[in-house]
Ligand binder design. Structure first.
Ligand code: GAP
Length: 446
């Protein structure tokens, strides 16, 4: 049994089964952008919906927002991104490769020697990661706008709108999911670091004196969320940012890291952003962004604890974590994706044992019924074992098979992806049984 996957295996499965394709592949592809295929978009949407429910609907003090990607350019001056959102860039004078200076080995940084070809490296220059474009027909300084590099600023600039229009009282949060863009210098490892990606961010507004306790609460809450998402706890760890790693807005920051096939890397950031953003927006816009506490009559600029997860990076996490190659008794290996049933692109596969003798029609009726509650897939082609394998490979947790006994007593078999065990039950009980199974699902350790 092997449940560590290589990136090559994952990229190949994703392409073969329609999860993820390279952007503009027929033109040779764009290395830093990826397209989500029929199964990929279902997986991504399911992760998005899971996060949204966890971070808004299951809390009585977190509301949602969907701000525009394009914002007033002053937003990015106030937020510090125009000045500080930079990476140190070095070029090799010989092979012309470009690197982020903070990502090359210490010895190469010290000796100024290229880690790839041994050529001489240039001095580092700061490179701003924001994509610039122009709004309107005239491309001049006055028409510059940026593609947002984080969704968070849309929340800060709407802080007053939300406080005035909803019944929220501190402590409360505003959550948002959306695209973000960064002109990354190095984009490798598939969808891990791309120029266009999606973030799921929540800004939690609190009394400044309570930042320590809320920071700890959100750290624990966010780590336990990944367990509920079906990610194995042994593959997750915290990493505290040292002084050199802290973003310009953060007082304290912890990453939740996942052990990807290429090592431990950041999956989500939890930041104490203090009153940095609201204070700066107050200064730059001239608007009063203080909060009036109606009980204590105190006025203050709230502190913010931010939880910032990558949606597309979570897709990679869930795929890497789910992948397993198993030796199956009397058979060759099977590739199986152990997705949590709530995330699986297809929840139930429905098959007739054979196409003839009316079994296909019965199976189609069952599939149509289950379609009301679940994402289903009907398949009548090929040997039944092969049909199970195809569903295992895309992570379908349940398969229903209609056979000759179904004609006699209206029972079917329900097969479980992880254990490959089957139970027989009346077709009329399928929907409820699957609902119960989803509720009690736990990912086996490994
Ligand atoms: N608002 C805070 C913020 O943006 P960040 O640590 O720069 O913090 C948060 O980013 C998360 O966004 C990361 O943990 C990662 O999951 C995701 N992310 C950042 N840059 C990314 C990129 N180039 N490609 C894919 N995901 C990215």
């Amino acid at each position: 049994m092997a449940n560590s996957v290589t990136m090559d295996e994952l990229v190949s499965l994703c392409k073969r089964r329609g999860f993820i394709f390279q952007s503009s592949e027929i033109y040779g592809g764009l290395t830093s952008a990826w397209d989500y295929g029929p199964l990929g978009v279902e997986l991504k949407n399911n992760i998005r919906d899971f996060w949204w429910r966890e971070m808004t609907q299951l809390h009585d003090n977190i509301v949602g927002l969907d701000a525009a990607i394009l914002m007033h350019p002053r937003v990015w001056e106030a937020s510090g991104h125009v000045e500080n959102f930079t990476d140190p860039l070095v070029d090799c004078k010989k092979c012309r490769q470009r690197f982020r200076e903070d990502q090359i080995p210490d010895e190469n940084r010290a000796s100024r020697i290229c880690p790839e070809c041994g050529g001489e490296l240039t001095e580092a220059r700061q490179f701003n990661l924001m994509f610039k474009t122009h709004i309107g027909p005239v491309e001049d300084e006055a028409s510059i706008v940026y593609l947002r590099p984080e969704t968070a600023q849309g929340i800060y600039v709407n802080f007053k709108n939300v406080v005035q229009s909803s019944r929220v009282k501190i402590p409360f949060g505003i959550a948002q999911i959306g695209k973000a863009f960064r002109n990354e210098i190095t984009t490798k490892n598939f969808i891990f670091r791309t120029c266009e990606f999606e973030q799921m961010e929540m800004q939690f507004f609190i009394k400044p004196s309570e930042d320590g306790q809320w920071f700890e609460r959100w750290k624990e809450e966010r780590m336990s969320y990944y367990g509920r998402l079906g990610v194995r706890p042994a593959k997750l760890q915290f990493h505290q940012h040292g002084p050199d790693e802290l973003a310009h807005y953060a007082k304290i920051a912890f990453d939740i890291q996942y052990e990807f096939p290429f090592g431990w890397r950041e999956l989500e950031g939890i930041h104490n952003r203090t009153d940095f953003d609201l204070r700066r927006h107050g200064e730059f816009s001239g608007k009063d962004l203080n909060y009036l506490d109606e009980e204590s009559h105190e006025r203050y600029i709230p502190y913010v604890i931010e939880t910032s997860a990558g949606l597309t990076r979570t897709v990679l996490t869930v795929l890497s974590d789910a992948y397993e190659e198993e030796e199956v008794e009397n058979e060759e290996k099977r590739v199986v994706l152990h997705f949590h049933p709530k995330l699986a692109p297809v929840t139930v596969g429905v098959f007739p044992l054979v196409k003839k003798d009316g079994l296909a029609e019965i199976a189609q009726d069952i599939e149509k019924e289950l379609r009301q509650d679940y994402t289903t897939f009907y398949d009548q082609g090929g040997a039944i074992g092969r049909r199970y394998r195809r569903q295992d490979e895309i992570g379908t947790p349940y398969c229903v098979t209609v056979d000759y006994q179904t004609k006699e007593d209206k029972t079917v078999t329900l097969r479980f992806r992880d254990s490959m065990q089957q139970v027989r039950l009346p077709a009329a009980e399928l929907s409820n049984r699957i609902r119960d199974e989803i509720k009690k699902y736990t990912r086996k350790a490994g």
